[in-house]
Design a protein around this ligand. Structure first.
Ligand code: UT7
Length: 335
């Protein structure tokens, strides 16, 4: 049978290291509040004035992942690029990255899916691989969110959380008789909550896509009903983990490592306590990176691999929830 395995990973963050203390210069907040309520101590942002796009962050992470996989860009069958902050609205960043990599004629698709970009991306790669439409796929998650946050007290809930970064995984087809690679996945969406976390411009239901009135109304900044999304996360993540385990015919003890989307450390800690997971079986790095949306799980997984916290035969659960509302998870067995 054919299975999808993660052959290698790579991560990249821009140079500007932004501490919570720096944010207190722009808005009414404190380092203590941010650490207590989110776990975040610092994040990376692109430097103001740097000529960088989301695809450049992705390019740096992709180079590392490709090198580790020992793949040439032109060998790829597909690029899947997850982002909610593309270089430009159209075309997608996948095509821009394809050109930068020199991956001549390799098809590139962009997906949105925000915080669940990695989960949806894995599902798409797995579908391509199992149906024998692709053997080597570059799965990218990259965000340049700092250019969309407003450094004011009114928008401090999003300004303190969102960050820039990229995480890339090389997904490969493996012919095997072993139950390895992507074992099971589960995806959900509930558009009823589409207004709870949104980014209005430049798309519009009606009227002009961009006008000074819309900009005055700050629709070009992200909006988040943090409390609501928090509650949805702490209730839905455990339920989806249980459904995923059931689908894979596994129990929680079979999972060696949990890597969740990094939106708020308190969400992940609530999940860990509710599911009775030992501290050493969950990896968080939001403290150092903030919330890089489509890139969080990939960046965390790259660190887990680098620190050799998992080895062949170990089973990992990836889980995420975010704008849409979309949420879900994947169980992955290391080869
Ligand atoms: O990745 C996408 C998915 N997103 C999420 O999962 C985000 C989920 N939500 C969250 O992470 C949290 O809701 C936030 C971190 C955004 C906010 O934390 P919270 O504990 O829910 O705070 P809150 O909105 O209930 O606000 C509590 C208080 C309020 O003051 P009052 O009304 O009690 O006087 C806020 O005005 O804290 C105030 N506050 C702040 N104070 C200092 C809100 N943001 C800040 C801030 N600094 N940055």
């Amino acid at each position: 049978m054919i299975r999808s395995i993660i052959k290698s990973t790579g991560r990249y963050v821009p140079d500007r290291h932004v501490t919570n203390h720096e944010l207190t210069e722009f808005m009414d907040t404190t380092n203590e509040w941010i650490v207590q309520r989110t776990g975040i101590e610092a994040r990376y942002w692109v430097k103001d004035g740097d000529d960088v796009g989301t695809s450049d962050l992705a390019f740096n992470a992709a180079k590392i992942a490709l090198e580790r996989a020992n793949w040439k860009p032109e060998e790829l069958d597909l690029i899947v690029f997850a982002t909610m902050t593309p270089d430009v609205y159209v075309p997608g960043s996948g095509a821009i990255l394809q050109d930068k990599l020199g991956a001549k004629n390799v098809p590139a698709i962009d997906i949105r899916q925000q915080c669940t970009g990695f989960i949806h991306g894995l599902e798409i790669c797995d579908a391509y691989i199992r149906s024998e439409k692709a053997k080597k796929i570059l799965l990218v998650g990259a965000e340049y969110q700092s250019r969309y946050v407003e450094l004011t007290t009114a928008n401090r809930d999003t300004a303190i959380i969102f960050a820039d970064g990229a995480g890339v995984a090389c997904i490969e087809a493996l012919e095997t008789t072993d139950d390895v690679g992507i074992i099971a996945s589960i995806l959900y969406a509930d558009g009823k909550y589409s207004q709870s976390l949104k980014f209005g411009l430049p798309a519009r239901k009606s009227g002009r896509a961009i006008s000074s009135a819309l900009v005055e109304n700050k629709e070009h900044f992200p909006y988040m009903d943090g409390k609501k999304v928090f509650k949805l996360a702490v209730t839905r993540l455990p339920k989806s983990a249980e459904a995923l385990l059931q689908k894979a015919k596994m129990s929680i003890e079979d999972i060696d490592m949990f890597i969740l989307h990094q939106a708020n450390l308190r969400i992940n800690e609530a999940f860990r306590e509710r599911m009775n997971i030992p501290e050493e079986n969950m990896y968080n790095n939001i403290q150092r990176y903030g919330n890089t949306t489509a890139a969080t799980i990939r960046i965390a997984f790259d660190e887990v691999l680098e620190k050799q916290m998992v080895t062949a035969g170990d089973t990992i659960m990836f889980l995420g929830l975010g704008a849409g509302l979309t949420w879900g998870g994947v169980i992955y067995k290391m080869v």
